[in-house]
Design a binder for this molecule. Sequence first.
Ligand code: BGC
Length: 447
Amino acid sequence: MKGYVILISVVAALGGLLFGFDTAVISGTINFIQPYFGLSEAGLGWAVSSLLFGSIGGVFIAGKAGDHFGRKKVLMLAAFLFLLSAIGSASAHVLIFFLISRILGGIAVGIASILSPMYIAELAPAKYRGTLVSMNQLAIVIGILVAFFSNYLLVGTGVNNWRWMLLVMAVPAIVLFFSLFLVPESPRWLVARNRNDEALKVLIKTSGKETAQAELLEIEDTLKNQEESTFSELLSPRIRPLLFIGIILAVFQQITGINTIMYYAPKIFANVGQSNDTALLQTLMIGGTNLIFTLMAMALIDRFGRKLLIIFGTTGMMLMLTGLSILFFTNQTSGVLVLIFILGYCAFFSASLGPTVWVMVAELFPNRLRSKGMSVAVVALWIACTIVTIAFPIMLEKLSGGITFMIFALICLANLLYVLKYVPETKGKTLEQLEKLFEVRGIEIKE
Ligand code: BGC
């Protein structure tokens, strides 16, 4: 694989790192911003989820602006917004200023969540696309781990500790902004803008001289004589099944409960009687587990395919959640088993739904409709994430841990059955070959 393609993927994946950091950093600041801004429990809920509302808006901007101005320029805008958000939220003295800064960060998260995987998918050679797009997920989990870790290091820095925690994000934001000058625009976007010569140059660098010309012809073929795409085309009989698969996978990725752990782990550990220190250490172990199993998924995704990983991973998640639920039902939450089941659940998620869903939403749609199709699927993902984030503390309180985790286990089962029946395998083919296959044979692709 070419070093150049790896460099491009690493740069784009920095967007994923900021996405992970920005969504997780808030967990360490909660105890300090709540008294500082005088927030009630509900007020805190809104302060935490303000970012997620921004993300929903960011996705729309990413789809439209990404088609118009190109993937690279809009990623630069996201980097700039991350920087503004870091400085703004760290220096806020009134709540409204804090919220606006977090919403700006959320817009950047929304943009990065679409454009980083899309840009990598459009630049990666088919053989390695799964691994390379998963680099974005690797960056997300590294971002989460860095946030947990830097919160841990900064917590003792005095009354302004939460400001430092939030300001740390300025560093990767600046790195992302400047490193984007090193990478080219997506060849698929260049062809859509009739800039075929530039596209060819990029393809020669990413795929080699021998295949570049053929790839260019293939891309031209999928885009020729086509008018500007519209959202309503997503509902055409040919695209609708793909849109449903994208949306359903995106929603399942969230409603199987991953962010109940990512955003609330310290709270869960505290609930089962752990001290603050232990809770924090265990949260760091979650971050480490994510990292290791994402690396494993990257090594396997182009060999075994997306579908097998999801089937295996979702089964594991279901078993771990069932175990957790039984512990809560039988009041045995004080032992080490809670931690083992939570780590196991995170490991199975990281090896399956974490990376594969982002890879699949980036590769399912035809070139012309990619950014629109992906936007709709990813908006669904953020909406599902917001609902779970708001609902989880209420579910824990009103339904108990046993029922709450059992519900998530049943949702894993539903996901498993859905994937077995409806989701096609997409590994190893160029985006254009997939486009033709989906067109010729419907979505019933069997290897
Ligand atoms: C999900 C995020 C989640 C992260 C955790 C991503 O794939 O989209 O919502 O926080 O994985 O690893």
